[in-house]
Design a protein around this ligand. Structure first.
Ligand code: LLP
Length: 423
């Protein structure tokens, strides 16, 4: 469920009229709904219970205002780079609520994380374990560590976002995890806390998650039998969301409840502190990308609607063949006819397409469209390809809105480069 709905003939974000907002800030822009973020965070947190730690996977949306909102709700952060740790800290997330994940952390990044005193570093390779032990010991610190296990259960909506199979680069095997846990327990710079797992993203079938969690439970038991202390289990993110209106009606919040029940069933007796790293689930439905129709290109077999947003602003359709609903910002009346359109951006690639043969009300230049469910992996994956400016991000709360990232200026865009003096 989200807080984007038609009121008096126009799509609103909570109580803010998106057509007026578009007139004011110009298109394209991202718009996020506070109430939707709050709702999803609370649904998840309440379902998992007060003891669960929630580390928002900020790769999904790392705008400082969104992070501050989540920090106020009690969220920690799952980070994957020094830049993300710096963002989390800048947003007011305490170091004691930050997890650092990722397959290729540099020594510099590890040293930075240790120095900040973050809650936990999830180790993904044997080499990283030794590097961290050395760095932490040299700093006179003991860093809390979890080992990321690859349980050989891959899942996710697309091969490019599956992480839990042996074919994927992430984590160490179950048997390596056992061996490394033992070895690491005696390393001076480390404090072995537990295990971490994350098998993929946009997962809506709980069977795969359950299989992976059951394997983790077995591993915890085996490690404890071998005399190790395993206090924490970081269960990653990955829970999927409805991208189509019809799915939203069919699923609602039930998946979160079923997920929480499954976690309790599989891990309830284990006596571990559980942590979660949801990203998409918290912010996906809380954001839209508002764009404006530039013009049409009628071809013999189809008509292209060319909009002013492009694959550099939202790359998910081009990269994962992802589906996003597209709603007209002006509510179509009952007598408005619709027709199939290919909705495309202005970039010089055929993959710059948001939808194919999508039935939309007949629209013309100047009409605003909302690309729905764009709050996760939208702005964070955007680029300046074709020298297009990064688009603004707007946060709405009730009837208020704030520009939480202004449109990049052309000066700032050009200032990124420097011409050497020999030219
Ligand atoms: N934890 C780890 C270790 C992860 O790698 C990820 C996502 C998450 C948590 C959060 O997963 P979520 O709850 O958001 O599914 N760009 C792709 C998704 C890539 C996900 C990468 N890892 C997309 O737009 O679908």
């Amino acid at each position: 469920m989200h807080h984007f709905a038609y009121r008096n003939g126009t799509l609103h974000a909570e109580a803010v009229d998106l057509a007026r907002l578009a007139d004011e800030v110009g298109t394209p822009f991202y718009c996020y709904s506070t109430a939707t973020i709050e709702r999803h965070y609370r649904l998840f947190a309440e379902a998992l219970g007060a003891e669960a730690h929630i580390f928002f996977a900020m790769k999904a949306n790392s705008n400082l205002a969104v992070l501050r909102l989540l920090a106020k709700l009690g969220a920690g952060a799952d980070t994957v780079s020094e830049g993300e740790i710096r963002r989390a800290l800048a947003a007011g997330i305490a170091p004691g609520k930050i997890v650092f994940s990722g397959i290729g952390k540099s020594d510099r990044e590890l040293a930075f994380a240790v120095d900040q005193g973050i809650y936990q570093i999830n180790i993904e390779t044997e080499g990283e374990l030794y590097a961290l032990a050395r760095i932490a010991a040299a700093n006179g610190q003991r860093q809390a560590v979890a080992i990321r296990v690859n349980p050989d259960v891959g899942a996710g909506a697309h091969a490019k976002i599956t992480t839990g199979s042996t074919e994927n680069k992430f984590g160490v095997s179950m048997s390596d995890a056992e061996r490394l846990y033992g070895a690491a327990s005696s390393m001076p710079g480390l404090h072995m806390c537990g295990l971490a797992v994350h098998i993929g993203s946009q997962i809506r079938d709980l069977g795969d998650l359950e299989a992976a969690f059951a394997r983790m439970a077995d591993l915890v038991v085996r490690l404890r039998r071998a005399g190790h202390r395993v206090a924490r289990l970081d269960l990653g993110g990955g829970l999927g969301i409805p991208y189509e209106m019809s799915e939203a009606v069919a699923h609602g919040p039930d998946l979160i409840q079923a997920y929480a029940a499954m976690v309790r069933r599989v891990l309830g007796n284990l006596d571990v502190e559980v942590g979660f790293e949801p990203g998409r689930l918290i912010v996906g439905n809380a954001g839209v990308l508002i764009t404006c129709v530039v013009r049409h290109n009628p071809r013999p077999h189809k008509t292209f609607v060319i909009v002013d947003a492009a694959m550099n602003d939202l790359i998910r359709p081009a990269m994962y063949d992802a589906y996003h609903d597209i709603w007209p910002v002006t509510e179509p009346g009952p007598d408005v006819s619709s027709r199939p359109y290919d909705v495309v951006g202005p970039i010089c690639e055929s993959s710059d397409q948001f939808a194919a043969a999508r039935r939309l009300p007949v629209s013309g230049p100047g009409d605003y469209l909302a690309i729905m469910t764009a709050g996760a992996y939208g702005a964070t994956m955007s680029s300046t390809y074709n020298s297009r400016q990064l688009v603004p991000e707007i946060l709405v709360s009730g009837g208020r809105f704030a520009v939480v990232r202004p449109r990049q200026t052309f000066e700032a865009l050009l200032d990124l480069d420097q011409i050497p003096d020999w030219l």
